[in-house]
Structures are given as C-alpha cells and as structure tokens.
Design a protein around this ligand. Structure first.
Ligand code: TRP
Length: 334
C-alpha cells in the first residue's frame, strides 16, 4: 500500500472571497502545493444542501476558481475541479451513507447551527452532508486535510467512517484515516466591526470585511472605519486580548507583513491605532489589489476558466474511478 501523502480540501463556492478566506485557506493551499500533491475541490454539491439560485451557483463556482488561481494555486501542479463534475463523489457518498450511523450524524454541531430551531424543515442533504464530505476525502484516499476549526468534527467523522468501512469489509488500512492539517500560524480573521465574530460574507455590513476585489479606496475607507480603541496600543498581549478588534488588526498586520506577532506588538506598543492603520492599509493594498485585479481579469474569460475545470475533472476522475472500482468490489457490487 502506498503511504504517499495526498492533500484534499473542499471549499464552498462563494462569489465574494474575502481576506478571511485568503489568509485562512487560500495562502495555506498555495504553500501546501510545494510540499505535497494536492487536490482542491469546489464543493457545489455541498452548497446545494441549502437552496442556491442556479445562475448564482454557476457564477460562484467560477469566481471561486478565479480566486484560487489569483491567489497562486497552480492547475499544473494541483488538481482543481468542481465536485459535481466527478460523479464518484455521489456514488461513494451513497455507499458511505450506509456505513455511517444516525447516532454519529446526530452529534454534528454544524447541522444544529445551520438547521436552526426548526430541524424538520432542513434538507436531508444538509443532514447527511458530513457523509458526502467523507466521500470527497476517501474517494482519493487523501491522507491530509487542511480545514478550519469548524470542520474538525466533520473530519473526525470521516475517520470513523473510514475505520468502520475498513472493518466491515475486512480491508484493514484500505482507507487511510485522514489527518487534519490545522496550521498554527494561520490566524482566524475576524470581522472589522466585531472582533468576536469571524469575518464572513454573510455579515450585513460590507465594512466588516476586506473583499479580495475591493479597490484601494475601499480598503482605505474600511480600515479607517474599522473598530479599534481610544487608548494607545498596549505592549502587553494580555491587555490586547481584552480588545478583540484591535487584536484582530494587529494579527492581520503580522500575517501579511510576515513579521511575528510579538515583533509587531513591540514595534507598535505605545503608538496610536491610526499609526497601525496607516501601515496596515498600505500593505493590504499591496497584497490584495493585485489579487482582485487578477480575479477580474480571469473572470473576463469564462471559457478559459471552464477549460481549467475540465482538465482538473479529467485528472480527478482517473483517480476516483480507479479507487471506486476496488470499493465496489469490496462492497459486493457487480
Ligand atoms: N464542509 C467544508 C466547509 O464547509 C467543505 C468541504 C467539503 C471539505 N468537502 C470537504 C473540506 C473535504 C475538506 C475536505 O468548509
């Protein structure tokens, strides 16, 4: 059995990638492709567990792809494709629906959050979504999965499913148990208006986030308006913990400037937030606006983007079919 490392990650298609996606996921994806073989999947089938307008879904898949490419994911090195184009995902998901247990799914906290108070009205897809996620990973026998903390529970479920499959069908070590890659130096980017909430495209105010397609002017305005503090920047990190918005700005600065948090804090201690904001605005403009321009440029040629998806799909499908053939045999399907 090959012990080769293989990275798989899935990203929901969204039309408005922001700084949180960029620093929290995309930059990590870019650096991982230097170390290992990587498969990055735009998970349109996960998206439809909550109703999506068809035209928006189509646009969002291409926007997400453009964001991947503009951030530096290389389609010649990594496999990039959309989930629904490789039918093995749904086939394996069905098989895994029969391996996974109701009791396991009933423990998933994200379902409870997303379904809201009236669970009866949630789609069945939303409920079995974690089984599809397990299928995504196991279809390629991926060994490493970069995920945010909110997906850790789903990844643990994938390991349980893999293990039960290996037991039930008497094939110890057939599916590797996928490991989470939760990198320590990746910070969670928080809302510019409320430092206790994650930066999110669903927060109503656009001033809460920096979008990758924001112009220099928009970045200037948003950082100027970002909540900070009336007292100067403290030198003690514990003091800063009490001011989540200020802490967030310093973390973003440290991330983008590639200077350690401690070094930045030493530099900034005693200064007014306006000083930090001026510096932060400058490096944000330098880092983000070229990415936004590249996204727009890529979006102007949709057929090129579709061609990239098609090539990715072909590569993914070869691995998927090879593995599925064995999986069908193991289960007893003719
Ligand atoms: N559920 C993940 C999210 O919402 C996306 C996802 C789908 C995923 N399949 C995956 C992530 C497989 C990692 C591996 O963010």
């Amino acid at each position: 059995m090959s012990k080769k490392k293989l990275v798989f990650s899935g990203v929901q298609p969204t039309g408005n990638l922001h700084l949180g996606n960029y620093l929290g996921a995309l930059k990590n994806f870019v650096s991982l492709q230097k170390e290992m073989k990587c498969i990055y999947c735009i998970v349109d089938l996960h998206a439809i567990t909550i109703y999506q307008k068809p035209d928006e879904l189509r646009t969002n898949v291409l926007e997400t792809l453009a964001g991947f490419l503009a951030a530096g994911i290389d389609p010649d090195k990594s496999i990039i494709f959309n989930q629904s184009s490789v039918s093995g995902h749904t086939e394996l998901a069905w098989i895994l629906n029969c391996v996974s247990r109701m009791g396991w799914l009933n423990r998933m906290t994200q379902f409870k959050d997303k379904a809201g108070p009236d669970k009866e009205k949630a789609s069945v897809g939303l409920y079995i979504y974690p089984n599809l996620m397990a299928a995504d990973i196991l279809l390629y026998k991926a060994t490493h999965v970069p995920v945010g903390a909110d997906q850790k529970q789903h990844l643990e479920l994938s390991r349980d499913i893999a293990q039960k499959f290996n037991n039930d069908f008497n094939c110890k070590d057939f599916f590797p148990l996928p490991e989470p890659l939760i990198s320590k130096n990746i910070s969670r980017v928080m809302s510019l208006r409320d430092g206790t909430k994650k930066m999110s495209k669903s927060e109503e105010s656009d001033f809460s986030r920096i979008n990758l397609k924001d112009s220099a002017d928009q970045i200037i305005k948003k950082i100027k308006k970002a909540k900070s503090d009336s007292e100067p920047i403290p030198e003690n990190p514990q003091e800063l913990e009490k001011k989540p918005e200020a802490l967030n700005l310093i973390k973003i600065y440290s991330d983008i400037s590639k200077n350690s948090f401690d070094k930045v804090l030493k530099e900034m201690a005693g200064k007014e937030y306006s000083f930090l904001k001026t510096n932060l605005t400058e490096i944000l403009i330098n880092e983000i606006t070229p990415v936004g321009k590249e996204i727009n440029k890529l979006l102007a040629d949709k057929s090129h983007l579709k061609q990239i998806l098609k090539k990715g799909k072909e590569k993914a499908n070869i691995i998927a079919e090879e593995n599925l053939k064995i999986i069908r045999e193991k289960v007893g399907l003719i």
